[in-house]
Design a protein around this ligand. Structure first.
Ligand code: G6P
Length: 620
């Protein structure tokens, strides 16, 4: 979480900083701040709340300077407050920095620095880094062995960060060295944009779009030393590292809301297109299979895979669950779905022929990255299913499949989920056709996949029906979501969407499991959403639905068009088009996205920036 920007060059740094912070706000929006260097001093402006509030503050108290850093915060240590906002000042103002990550040994360092006389003004872990660098700078200056003050500052950073345990992306200014920006990375992403006589810094490439196309992604343990006329990359243990310049592939960020009031709604309605984009160029009619350009694995090796691990967090974890059902059904390969936060510390037995997929919209989720690295370290082929081109996970994976869903700005993931499910269907088809799946079966899947963008268009017509249901139930304080087989992960995802943006307690369950606990929650005020399209066990789902009705629980059913019987049982029905069972998550998830959106609006919640959440979780 947290967004970082930096600039050094001939222009006023603030313009890039504030624009960049707006673009990075999805990483956190508890507070924002900037520091600008000018004429031997560094001016800091920071404020609790959104980037727009910072912009208002700067209008009243302007700042100027050709070198600067900025930050948008998702609070880890210390509540959102002006004092805890970044940038933080070290020593007597000689160091000013912003930080993304968590300094795990901050309490110990804080005690030591306090003993040495450093005064802490915030409750953050970050301030420790500011004072630590200031202290190291003082020590280095006492030694007096280095030729320039700039070099002394850099060495102070090198020595200080070695004392830090945890993760960091740091951007640092030094009061007494005008025009020097130092950045350091361990675990939290940073990218340098190369301009003409100017350099940009950011947590991810989105702020750089429109400013430069040449970028260098920092690796862990690297330090970027940036001035207007040069940029060096060093290893924190000394020595310079080669700069691998990449061309930025991102298009300008599409932030136009068009006819929509919120990004979440816009992104829900983009799904016919995002699914089309996930399929584009990947359907091979002749061979009745899927094709991927970037798996980077030879067919022989792929053919020998005997186990697949899908690892992810949040909504991406739900798409992985759908993936498990798809791959096991079509390819007959055992699949494990692992929470990345667990997998990174667990030691599950994995065969030599286990392939790992990290599934992630952002490509920056700290736990997913760590789980992927752990599997890679053990020698497993490790691939990514990712939306964000150039993200850390996309770069570090051995290969992978991009979603091509376009930027997802709403914090609650919608189109990324359906694109992930689409890509996982393609993967199941591809792996299946390498094994037992017949040519006609492959052809049938392809033709059904081709129909999906239109089916999604039809599904979106349920919006009016959803609005009515939302009006009826938006005051409920608890919801249950139930589905079976392919619709069980959809139930989990529906419940998560509601929790995330409307702050209503919701639980997702496999419908038959309800008897083993959640049935105790059912009463007249607790609506149950049954995801009940036609399927092989439709009568069983109906029995589960009856069990709820028997206890006077209101039932909202998501059912297939033409299913009149269900209308007699459920209190409300939202109809979706009839598709094959394995494709149902793509259509049944959409009314649930719309339902959570509508309920959140009726409850007056901020759907695009829900409280306590961030789009990209770059801390553990
Ligand atoms: C955060 C977001 C979720 C997302 C999860 C995983 O919690 O709010 O919407 O599903 O991170 O993110 P990823 O980018 O790895 O898919």
């Amino acid at each position: 979480m947290c967004g970082i920007v930096g600039y050094v060059g001939p222009k006023q740094a603030y313009d890039y900083l504030i624009e960049g912070l707006f673009r990075l706000e999805y990483r956190g929006y508890d507070s924002a701040g900037v520091a600008l260097q000018q004429a031997g001093q560094i001016d800091v402006r920071k404020k609790t709340g959104r980037v727009s509030q910072l912009a208002e503050l700067v209008k009243v108290q302007p700042v100027t300077g050709n070198a600067g850093i900025g930050h948008t915060r998702w609070a880890t240590h210390g509540e959102p407050s002006d004092a805890n906002s970044h940038p933080h000042v070290g020593g007597n103002g000689e160091v000013v920095l912003v930080h993304n990550g968590v300094i795990e040994n901050y309490a110990l360092l804080r005690d030591k620095l306090t003993e040495l006389g450093y005064v802490f003004r915030s409750a953050t872990d970050t301030e420790v880094a500011a004072h630590l660098i200031a202290h190291q700078l003082e020590e280095e200056t006492k030694l007096g062995s280095d030729p320039t003050l700039a070099e002394t500052c850099i060495q102070a950073v090198e020595k200080a960060i070695k004392k830090i345990k945890g993760t960091y992306g740091l951007a640092i200014l030094f009061r007494d060295v005008p025009g020097l920006l130092v950045a350091a990375r361990l675990g939290s992403p940073l990218v340098v944009g190369i301009g003409k006589g100017e350099y940009y810094l950011a947590s991810d490439a989105s702020p750089l779009v429109g400013h430069t196309e040449e970028v260098v992604y920092l690796n862990d343990h690297e330090i970027a030393v940036i001035t207007a006329d040069q940029f060096q990359l060093r290893h924190q243990n000394g020595g310079s590292n080669a700069k691998h310049i990449k061309v930025l592939e991102q298009a300008a960020v599409d932030t136009d809301l068009g006819e929509f009031e919120h990004y979440m709604l816009k992104e829900i309605f983009e799904q016919p297109t995002s699914i089309e984009n996930a399929l584009r160029g990947r359907l091979d009619d002749d061979e009745a299979t899927a094709v991927f350009g970037g798996l980077n694995m030879d067919p022989q090796k792929l053919r020998c895979i005997d186990r697949i691990v899908l690892t992810a967090c949040g909504t991406s974890w739900h798409s992985a669950l759908v993936g498990e059902y798809l791959i096991e059904e079509f390819a007959r390969i055992p699949v494990e779905v692992e929470y990345a936060s667990e997998l990174r510390y667990r030691n599950p037995p994995m065969t030599d022929r286990t392939m790992v997929f990290a599934i992630t919209q952002s490509g920056e989720t700290a736990d997913t990255l760590a789980a992927m690295r752990e599997c890679k370290r053990k020698g497993h082929p490790t691939l990514a299913i990712c939306n964000t081109v150039g993200s850390t996970i996309a770069r570090e994976a051995d290969g992978g499949i991009y979603l091509h869903a376009g930027p997802e700005i709403g914090v609650a993931s919608t189109k990324a989920f359906t694109s992930q499910v689409t890509v996982l269907t393609l993967l199941a088809l591809f792996m299946g056709r390498m094994r037992n799946l017949s040519y006609p079966a492959g052809k049938r899947i392809i033709s059904h996949l081709r129909e999906m963008p239109d089916k999604i268009r039809q599904t979106l017509k349920c919006y009016d029906a959803v609005k009515e249901v939302a009006r009826k139930y938006y005051t409920a304080e608890n919801f249950l979501y139930m589905g079976r087989l392919y619709n069980f992960p959809v139930a989990l995802e529906g419940a998560l969407k509601l929790k995330e943006i409307s702050y209503i307690h919701a639980e997702g369950y496999p419908a038959a499991e309800m008897k083993h606990g959640p049935i105790a929650l059912i009463d007249e005020d607790t609506p149950s959403v049954f995801i009940a399209p036609r399927c092989g066990i439709y009568p069983k789902v109906m029995s589960n639905l009856q069990e709820v009705k028997a206890r006077r629980g209101p039932v909202i059913a998501i059912a297939c068009e033409g299913d009149d019987k269900i209308a007699d049982l459920a209190d409300d029905v939202i109809y979706v088009p009839d598709v094959d069972e394995y494709l149902q998550p793509l259509v049944t998830s959409i009314p649930l996205q719309l339902l959570s959106y509508e309920i959140a609006i009726l409850r007056g919640c901020n759907v695009d920036r829900p409280r306590n959440l961030a789009k990209s979780v770059t801390v553990e």
